[in-house]
Design a protein around this ligand. Structure first.
Ligand SMILES: [Zn+2]
Length: 425
C-alpha cells in the first residue's frame, strides 16, 4: 500500500514536469514518450564584477547577443538599477554549450539574490525571482560592568547571542545616546555599568542586519542615566528621552573626540591627562593618539583655523549665546574647515597632535562664555524638545514597557562599593 502510493506520487511528478517543460500547456496533459538524447549538463560560471566594468560588459564577455543583453538588463531593472551594482558583485551564468544562457543569478546585496530564468517561448524572455535570506527578529538584553575600559566589560545577559562585532557596536551606540550627559573619554570609571535592550534583525549566519537600542541605563560613578527610544511620529527623527520624557540630545556634546577611535588599547587604569603645566590651565586635556578625529561639540561658525601661538594648530568655533569652543595642539585641520565656515554638531574639524606648547599628543579643549574659560561639565545647556504633549501618554506606556523588559536583567555591580575612585585633574 505504502509502496503503491509512492509510485503514484512519482508518476504525478513526472506529469507535472512534462507540463512545465512544454511551456504554456494547461488543463489536459498528454504525455508523449520520445526518445531524446540527454542534453549536455549546463555549465555555470561565476563572474565577479570588476571596477569600471558594467553588467553589459559581463554579459557580452559571456556570449550574450546585443538583443539578449537588452532583455536581461530590462528584467534586472525591474528590481534594481543596473548602475547600483558595485565592483565585487557576484554574477552566476548557467548555460549549455552552443545555447544561450539558461539562468543568470545576481547577488543584489547581502540579503537578496535575483534569479533570471530563460523562457524563450514564454510571454517574457526572462522569468525573474527574488530570493531573500530569512531574517529572524529577536530582542536581547545585555549588561556590562566596566573593567579596564568601556569595551573591556564583564558581560551578562544574552552574551552567547551576540553577533560578530556586535558588542563594539552596542558600546558605540551607548556612547552616542549619552554623549550629552557623559564625557566618555574622561568620566568613565572602573565599576561603571550599563544594561541595554536591543531589538534586532538577524541573518541565518548570525550576523546582524539591523539593531535598535530600545532602552538603556548607564551608571556613571554615582549617576544613574536612563534612555528610552521614541519616535513622536513617522516624520519625526528617532530620539532618546529620559523617563520623564526630556530629550537627552542637547546643545553641546561633552567630549570633542571621536569615540570610534577609543578601542581596547585605551586603558582607564593607565590613563591620565598630560600633567605638566606651564601656565594656569584653562581647559580640559584629552590624552589621545595622534590623528584621532576631533569633533565640534556644537553647531557653529569657525572663527579661526590655523597656527595660533602656544595653541599650535588650533580651531575656534563660535556658537549661539556668545559661547565659543577651542581645540588646540592639532596635527591637522579637516578638509573644508576654515574661518567663516558653518559646522554641525559632531562634525570632524581636525585631528589630535602635539603642535604648539604640548609635551605629547593630546587635545586641549576650551569652553568660553562671554570670552572667559568655563568648565563645560558645569554648564546647563538647553535640550532638544521633550516628548510632545499629545504623544506623552503613548511615550509613557512605551517607556514603561521597554524599561520593565530591560530591568529583568540585573544591573551589574549594584551594591558594590566603588573602590579606587580616581582623582580628577
Ligand atoms: Zn591643556
Amino acid at each position: 500500500m505504502e509502496r503503491r502510493r509512492r509510485n503514484t506520487t512519482y508518476v504525478t511528478a513526472l506529469a507535472v514536469g512534462a507540463c512545465l517543460a512544454a511551456a504554456g500547456c494547461g488543463g489536459e496533459v498528454a504525455i508523449k514518450v520520445v526518445d531524446v538524447p540527454t542534453p549536455p549538463a549546463p555549465v555555470t560560471v561565476v563572474h565577479s564584477l570588476e571596477s569600471g566594468e558594467t553588467l553589459g560588459d559581463v554579459f557580452d564577455t559571456h556570449g550574450l547577443s546585443g538583443q539578449q543583453i537588452l532583455e536581461v538588463v530590462a528584467a534586472i531593472e525591474e528590481f534594481e538599477s543596473v548602475r547600483r551594482f558595485r565592483p565585487g558583485t557576484e554574477i552566476q551564468l548557467a548555460s549549455r554549450p552552443d545555447e544561450g544562457p539558461l539562468r543568470i543569478s545576481l547577488r543584489l546585496d547581502r540579503d537578496r539574490t535575483l534569479h533570471l530564468l530563460a523562457e524563450p517561448d514564454g510571454p517574457r524572455p526572462w522569468n525573474a525571482r527574488l530570493d531573500s535570506v530569512p531574517i529572524r527578529r529577536d530582542t536581547i538584553r545585555l549588561a556590562g560592568l566596566v573593567g579596564s575600559n568601556l569595551y573591556d566589560a564583564e558581560l551578562s545577559g544574552d552574551v552567547d547571542r551576540l553577533g560578530p562585532g556586535e558588542l563594539h557596536d552596542v558600546v558605540f551606540r551607548l556612547s552616542q545616546m549619552f554623549a550629552w550627559q557623559v564625557d566618555f573619554w574622561r568620566d568613565i570609571r572602573t565599576n561603571d555599568a550599563y544594561r541595554v535592550l536591543i531589538a534586532r534583525e538577524v541573518r541565518p549566519d548570525g550576523s546582524i542586519r539591523s539593531a535598535k537600542v530600545l532602552a538603556a541605563e548607564f551608571r556613571n560613578d554615582t549617576r544613574e542615566l536612563v534612555a528610552v527610544r521614541f519616535q513622536a511620529d513617522e516624520e519625526a527623527p528617532v530620539e532618546y528621552y529620559d523617563e520623564a520624557g526630556e530629550a537627552l540630545r542637547g546643545e553641546f556634546l561633552l567630549a570633542p573626540l571621536d569615540l570610534a577611535r577609543m578601542t581596547s588599547g585605551f586603558n582607564l587604569r593607565r590613563f591620565h591627562p598630560v600633567l605638566r603645566r606651564t601656565r594656569p590651565h584653562l581647559g580640559v586635556d584629552y590624552g589621545a593618539s595622534r590623528g584621532t578625529p576631533v569633533r565640534s561639540t556644537g553647531a557653529g561658525r569657525i572663527t579661526r583655523a590655523g597656527p595660533w601661538g602656544g595653541y599650535g594648530t588650533a580651531i575656534e568655533v563660535r556658537h549661539v549665546n556668545n559661547l565659543r569652543t577651542r581645540y588646540a595642539h592639532l596635527s591637522g585641520i579637516a578638509r573644508g574647515v576654515r574661518s567663516g565656515v558653518q559646522v554641525e554638531q559632531g562634525q570632524v574639524i581636525g585631528y589630535v597632535g602635539s603642535s604648539g606648547l604640548a609635551t605629547g599628543a593630546h587635545l586641549h579643549y576650551e569652553f568660553l562664555q562671554g570670552g572667559r574659560q568655563v568648565n563645560p561639565a558645569r554648564m546647563n545647556f538647553p535640550r532638544a524638545e521633550p516628548v510632545p504633549d499629545e504623544q506623552r501618554e503613548v511615550f509613557m506606556a512605551r517607556s514603561e514597557l521597554s524599561l520593565s523588559r530591560l530591568r529583568l536583567l540585573p544591573m551589574p555591580g549594584t551594591g558594590i562599593a566603588v573602590a579606587g575612585r580616581r582623582t580628577q585633574d
